[in-house]
Ligand binder design. Structure first.
Ligand code: PEP
Ligand code: MN
Length: 338
């Protein structure tokens, strides 16, 4: 931590600041320039509240020089993490595509979509059996029945599967059926849930909260990692901004920034990211160009009658087109779509 002292601070102010830093257990290195004093406070205290120094008399600014997260950071592990989902590797050279409906609705629907997305090159089937809906009156998902249907649809089409768990009580079921557990945007800061996922044997895809900073999002990953589960993927799915023309604002910058801060793979969700069907493909192209390790996208055989998120779901032929286009983009940046 670096403490910049105010120009007009007295020697007594400076001595008091140094004393407080020592009391908190920091080693202090003082640099006195002609009209500026800077204090370097050395000590690893990831949970230190810098406001305790900011409020002291004579302090102009306090800067953190190490991240508050450790296991998720590049300084802990420089080499990229590759999450192995039953042989499908996410975080390596190849870009993985996860596709499927927002929700599993019935047997015919999930089997039809699974077949179509597998044929176009998806490796992982997405779909929700437990749905976090804004309205309690909206379709909430088929529950365990949905997980069973999805497992069969995935297996019969050579796909792995990803589905969302909404709370601790569903983790046991997830262990039984799915290959990857999705944590939804609304649950990104459900810390008890994240702690339990740290004990899971399944990889976890952690969606970014609607208003979460990169640091908050990585701190949430830290909860899972510190529980012992090393297989965590970060998923950018759009954030809430002042813009109303799109459902969310897809933060493409999350992809290179999180890659620089962390060794964890970054997945991009252009469907929730923009929320408008005909703009999903350009967002998918942008995400691949920016370095996403995987794309997760909503595809429906009959989006106009989907029980959730039909307006942002691609028709199967649009998905086929998206795959064609992202293959070209991947090639342009020296990667390929797995
Ligand atoms: C979903 O993937 O369908 C979903 C509900 O995602 P999010 O948590 O990002 O809104
Ligand atoms: Mn959805």
């Amino acid at each position: 931590m670096v403490v910049v002292v105010e120009h007009n601070a007295t020697e007594k102010n400076i001595e008091d600041i140094i004393k407080v830093l020592h009391d908190f257990g920091f080693d202090v290195h003082r640099s006195t320039g002609v009209n500026q004093t800077v204090l370097g406070a050395i000590g690893v205290k990831p949970d230190f509240d810098m406001r305790q120094i900011e409020l002291l008399s004579g302090v102009a600014h306090v800067y953190r020089i190490t991240e508050p997260y450790k296991l998720a950071s590049r300084s802990f592990r420089n080499e990229k993490t590759i999450v192995d989902v039953g042989g499908v590797k996410i975080g390596g050279d190849d870009i993985v595509v996860m596709a499927g409906p927002c929700s599993v609705e019935n047997e015919k629907q999930i089997f039809e979509i699974a077949q179509r997305v597998a044929k176009s090159g998806a490796k992982i089937l997405r779909g929700g059996a437990f749905k976090p809906r804004t309205s309690p009156y909206a379709f909430q998902g088929l529950g365990e029945e949905g997980l069973k249907l999805m497992r069969r649809a995935a297996d019969e089409n050579g796909l792995k599967m990803i589905t969302e768990a909404m709370d601790i009580s569903q983790i046991e079921l997830m262990e039984k059926y799915t290959d990857v557990i999705q944590v939804g945007a609304r649950n990104m800061q459900n810390y008890n849930f994240l702690r339990e996922l740290g004990k899971s044997t399944k990889p976890v895809m952690l969606k970014r909260g609607l208003s979460a900073t990169f640091e908050e999002w990585l701190m949430s990953a830290e909860y899972i990692l510190s529980g012992g589960n090393k297989n965590v993927m970060m998923c950018e799915r759009g954030i809430r901004t002042f813009e109303t023309a799109t459902r969310n604002t897809m933060d493409i910058s999350a992809i290179p920034v999180v890659h620089a801060k962390s060794h964890l793979p970054v997945v991009a969700d252009p469907s929730h990211g923009i929320g408008i069907r005909d703009k999903v493909i350009p967002m998918a192209r942008a995400a691949v160009a920016a370095g996403a390790d995987a794309i997760i996208v909503e595809v429906h055989n009959d989006p106009d009658h989907a029980k959730s998120d039909g307006a942002q779901s691609l028709f199967p032929n649009q998905f086929e087109e998206m795959m064609k286009q992202i293959r070209l983009i991947a090639e342009a940046i020296g990667r390929k779509v797995a």
